[in-house]
Write a protein that binds this ligand. Structure first.
Ligand code: 0X9
Ligand code: ZN
Length: 414
C-alpha cells in the first residue's frame, strides 16, 4: 500500500508508505520535506564510549561483573550499557557510559599490569551525538525521520484512493499508478504549485498492484500474458478468482460467473479472497475520510460512475459525481484522447461484485473505474513506450478532476 500525505498546515511534509497487504514482504520507505521541530532536549553531556581489550582473566572477570550490575541501583555498572561484549580475552568490549557515571566507573577499573592501558575512551563527546542530531533536510534519504513522518496518518485530510492491477493483464494500470506516484513526489519536491495544492488538499492512498499473484503469472513470459484473475486454486482444477466480481455488493449478480474456470469467476462467496478483504477492510477503516475512490483498469478509455451491477441502477448523486468526470474528460480530449464517460453498466456492461460499486455502496462520494487506453489497437498489449503519454494525460486529468472536487467539497462529517 502506498500512502501519500502532507503535513497539515502550517508545517509541510510528505510521507510515502508502502506495504503490501497481500505479500509477506513489507516494504516501507519515508519520503519527506521539512516538517516539525527537532528532538526533545535531554542533556547527555559527558556520555562516553569506552573500548576495553581484556588481556588478562581478571580484566575479563571485572567486565563480566560490571555487565551483571546493569540496572542495579547503586552499583557502578547500574547505568553502563554494553554495546558489544564482554566476550573473549583479547576481544574488544564496547561500553556506553553516561556522563554522570563516568568518574565512578573509571575509578573502579582495575589498573593494568602491562605497560599499556587496557582501555581507551573512544568517544568523549558522545552526548553531542545523542542529543544534537537534527533531522532537518529536504532530502528524503539524508536524515532520520520520526514515526509520524514515516507513516502516521493525518486525520484532517480527505483521502483519495487509487488502486490498479486488480486484473493481471492490464499492465498499463499499475504503470500509470507508479507514474502518478513518481510525478506527485517529484512535483511536490520541486514546488509544482498544482501538485502542491493537490497534496495539501488530499491524502493519497495508492495500491498500485491489487492482484500480485496474477500479475506475476502474466509477467512470466512462459506462462500466460493475458491472464486476468488471481491464481488461487479452485475446484475442478482451475485457478483464480476475478477480484472485480468478488466484492460484497450485489455479489453474484449479472456479468459474474459461478464457474471456477470462467474468466469472470466471482469466487465461492463475497469477499472469499484475501485481496478483496484487504481492500474492504482498509476502505471501511478510512470510509468517512475518503472522498474519491478510483480503480484503474484497461482498456477502453472510459471514466465510469456506479452502479454497474445491472442496467438502470445509479447512485443518488450521479449528477454530482459526473461533474469532475466531465472536467477530466474535457482535459483528456484537449490532449487528444477521447474518453467515454457515464454509468459503468452503460459504458461497458453490467458486472456485479465490482469494487467501484462497493465503494459507492459504503458511501464514498465519488467512485470510478477508469479504463485506460487504448480502444482496440493493442488492447491489453499496449507497448510500454506508451506509458509516458498515458501517465501524463492521466495525471493531468486527475489534477483537473481533483481540483474540481477540492473546490466543490468540504470535509465530511457523519
Ligand atoms: O469487467 C470489469 O471488471 C471492468 N472492465 S475490464 O475490462 N477492465 O475487466 C469494468 C468494471 C466496471 N464496473 C462495473 N460494471 N461495476
Ligand atoms: Zn480490468
Amino acid at each position: 500500500f502506498i500512502q501519500l500525505d502532507t503535513c497539515w498546515p502550517p508545517v509541510s511534509t510528505m510521507s510515502v508508505k508502502v506495504n503490501s497487504a497481500f505479500a509477506s514482504v513489507l516494504l516501507a520507505f519515508g519520503l519527506l520535506l521539512p516538517c516539525q521541530l527537532g528532538l526533545p532536549t535531554t542533556t547527555n553531556q559527558g556520555d562516553r564510549l569506552i573500548v576495553f581489550v581484556p588481556t588478562r582473566q581478571a580484566q575479563l572477570d571485572w567486565l563480566e561483573l560490571i555487565h551483571s550490575q546493569a540496572g542495579k541501583p547503586g552499583e557502578v555498572g547500574e547505568n553502563v550499557r554494553f554495546w558489544f561484549g564482554p566476550g573473549l580475552l583479547n576481544q574488544e568490549t564496547i561500553v556506553f557510559v553516561p556522563g554522570g557515571d563516568y568518574g565512578r566507573l573509571v575509578a573502579a577499573i582495575p589498573s593494568s599490569q602491562d605497560t599499556y592501558s587496557w582501555w581507551t575512551v573512544q568517544k568523549e563527546n558522545l552526548g553531542k551525538l545523542v542529543t544534537g542530531e537534527t533531522r532537518r533536510s529536504s532530502d528524503i534519504s539524508s536524515a532520520y525521520r520520526t514515526y509520524q513522518e514515516i507513516g502516521d496518518d493525518l486525520p484532517s485530510k480527505r483521502i483519495v484512493w487509487i488502486d490498479a492491477g486488480i486484473h493481471a493483464r492490464e499492465w498499463i494500470a499499475p504503470a500509470t499508478a507508479l507514474y502518478f506516484i513518481d510525478k506527485i513526489v517529484q512535483g511536490y519536491k520541486s514546488s509544482d504549485s498544482t501538485i502542491k495544492s493537490m497534496l495539501d488538499n488530499f491524502a493519497f492512498y495508492i495500491a498500485p498492484l491489487l492482484n500480485p499473484d496474477g500479475y506475476v503469472y502474466s509477467y512470466t513470459f512462459t506462462r500466460e500474458r493475458l491472464w486476468r484473475k488471481t491464481r488461487s486454486a479452485q475446484a475442478g482444477g482451475c485457478y483464480g478468482v476475478d477480484l472485480n466480481r468478488n466484492f460484497g455488493y450485489h455479489w453474484g449478480g449479472q456479468g459474474s460467473s459461478s464457474d471456477p474456470c470462467d474468466e469472470n469467476f466471482r469466487g465461492s462467496s463475497a469477499f472469499s479472497e484475501p485481496e478483496t478483504r484487504a481492500v474492504r477492510d482498509k476502505l471501511l477503516a478510512i470510509r468517512l475520510r475518503t472522498i474519491s475512490f478510483i480503480t484503474m483498469h484497461s482498456y477502453g478509455q472510459d471514466w465510469m460512475v456506479p452502479y454497474g451491477y445491472a442496467y438502470n441502477v445509479s447512485v443518488d448523486n450521479y449528477a454530482q459525481m459526473m461533474r469532475p468526470v466531465q472536467a477530466a474528460a474535457d482535459k483528456l480530449k484537449s490532449l487528444g484522447r477521447n474518453y467515454d464517460i457515464g454509468n459503468s453498466a452503460v459504458v461497458t456492461y453490467p458486472a456485479a461484485g465490482a469494487s467501484d460499486d462497493y465503494a459507492a455502496s459504503i458511501g464514498v462520494p465519488y467512485a470510478h473505474t477508469i479504463e485506460l487506453p487504448d480502444t482496440g489497437q493493442y488492447r491489453f498489449l499496449l507497448p510500454q513506450s506508451e506509458i509516458p503519454r498515458v501517465g501524463l494525460e492521466t495525471l493531468e486529468a486527475l489534477k483537473v478532476y481533483l481540483g474540481y472536487i477540492a473546490a466543490a467539497n468540504q470535509p465530511r462529517d457523519e
